[in-house]
Design a protein around this ligand. Structure first.
Ligand code: AOS
Ligand code: ZN
Ligand code: ZN
Length: 387
């Protein structure tokens, strides 16, 4: 691919930001409050718009219901538009109520299942108002002890709820089913892996696709293989990008393992799935517990851009020729040459050609935005308030 073609592809790239990454966050041990943190969904959207302003590739914000609950979602969408961004995926929340102790849509109690399914349906109503395309479903459902509940019945209950929500989707709406190996359930999880998600999505139909959260696998899992498989079967709908050293750490994407991120983006480029028109949502799902949030999110967007630029630089002709002639080392070298290229100058040039600063973090720091929000926003809230 020529440098111009690489730049053109990068300029069309879109990365979605999670509203909750702008709120205070922490672990079960401590939530650290930071100055200038948003007090409302509008302020989270304003911060996301700042990230888009300095990177040019983050034009949408994912909402979390009820953390981003407002009276008028159409007005919130209009506010986002005024700020220069749009509302993206609607993330449901069926994990924070006492009622969900034994599960939400897989709970043995039909009344709890009804309540959980109604929340998911309400999220589709919200999508109608915001114009969002995607409903993102993550279920904390599972069990802690062998024998606690019937594993097969729970799969049936899950399928029933998913079908009801699927049938409620409009023509242009989709369902993204996220999986997670464990936590908060420690024995069984009802959607623990991509295979389970894939099987349910297949049963549901074309509007249901898998969401890969990069922090939700067993250590050593080959995530790019999952990407390749799901691309081939047209069942890859989205990513929740973040990085992990141990479990679901939700650290900045590309921080723990930039080579893994490159390998993932290499499959995306190989499958010609980067362009937003291909319908794959590249979202961040991160928490910035100890670092300053807006620059961390800018850094994360840049990490995805850098991995993407390297993937675009892979010489596909050389790679394919080496693969087909059995040249193992030559094929590996074609990937490594691209991975080892310093793409920062290319991205700096691209930003400047688009009228942006070559260094988004420095531009943000100079802008005075942080000083302004620190002064204006007293009493910033925790990411999961109101839930
Ligand atoms: C939970 O572990 C999942 O990653 C969810 O995608 C997401 O983090 C959650 O819905 C936001 O609280
Ligand atoms: Zn996630
Ligand atoms: Zn997670």
């Amino acid at each position: 691919m020529t440098t111009d073609a690489v730049k053109a592809a990068l300029s069309r790239q879109e990365i979605e930001l999670p509203s909750w990454a702008f709120g205070n966050s922490g672990t079960r041990f401590k939530v650290f409050a930071q100055p200038g943190v948003p007090r409302s969904p509008e302020e989270k959207i304003a911060d996301a718009a700042v990230v888009h302003k300095y990177t040019g590739v983050a034009p949408s914000v994912a909402l979390h219901i009820p953390w981003d609950k407002v009276d008028d979602y159409a007005a919130l969408a209009a506010y986002a538009k005024e700020q220069g961004v749009r509302l993206g995926a609607i993330n449901s929340n069926v994990f924070q109520d006492d009622d969900y102790k034994l599960g939400s849509v897989t709970n043995p109690d039909p009344a709890v299942r009804r309540k959980a399914t109604d929340h998911l349906l309400e999220c589709v109503d919200i999508m109608d108002a915001t114009g969002s395309r995607d409903l993102k479903l993550w279920f904390s459902d599972g069990t802690n002890y062998p024998g606690q509940d019937d594993i097969q019945d729970r799969q049936d209950r899950l399928a029933t709820a998913l079908k009801e929500v699927y049938d409620r989707l409009g023509d242009d709406q989709r369902m993204l089913l996220e999986y997670k190996l464990f936590e908060p359930a420690f024995y069984t999880t009802d959607v623990p892996d991509w295979g389970t998600s894939y099987a349910h999505c297949l049963e549901l139909g074309p509007k249901a696709t898998v969401c890969i959260d990069t922090g939700h696998h067993a250590p050593g899992t080959n995530i790019e293989f999952i990407v390749a498989f799901l691309l081939r079967t047209k069942k890859l709908g989205a990513f929740d990008f973040n990085s992990r050293f141990y479990a679901d750490d939700d650290l900045m994407v590309g921080a723990a393992d930039p080579f893994q991120l490159f390998r993932i983006m290499n499959e995306i480029v190989r499958g010609d799935a980067l362009d937003p028109e291909r319908g794959i949502a590249f979202m961040l799902d991160q928490c910035h517990n100890i670092e300053e949030k807006i620059p961390a999110i800018i850094r994360s967007v840049m990490n995805v851009q850098e991995a993407t630029a390297k993937a675009l630089l892979v010489d596909r002709d050389v790679l394919r020729a080496a693969q087909q002639s059995g040249d193992v080392l030559g094929a590996n070298a074609a990937l490594m040459d691209a991975y080892n290229t310093d793409v920062r100058p290319l991205l700096a040039e691209l930003r400047e050609s688009q009228g942006m600063d070559a260094d988004p973090v420095a531009a943000y720091k100079r802008s005075g935005y942080f000083e302004q929000i620190t002064k204006d926003r007293v009493g910033g809230r925790q990411a999961g308030w109101g839930a």
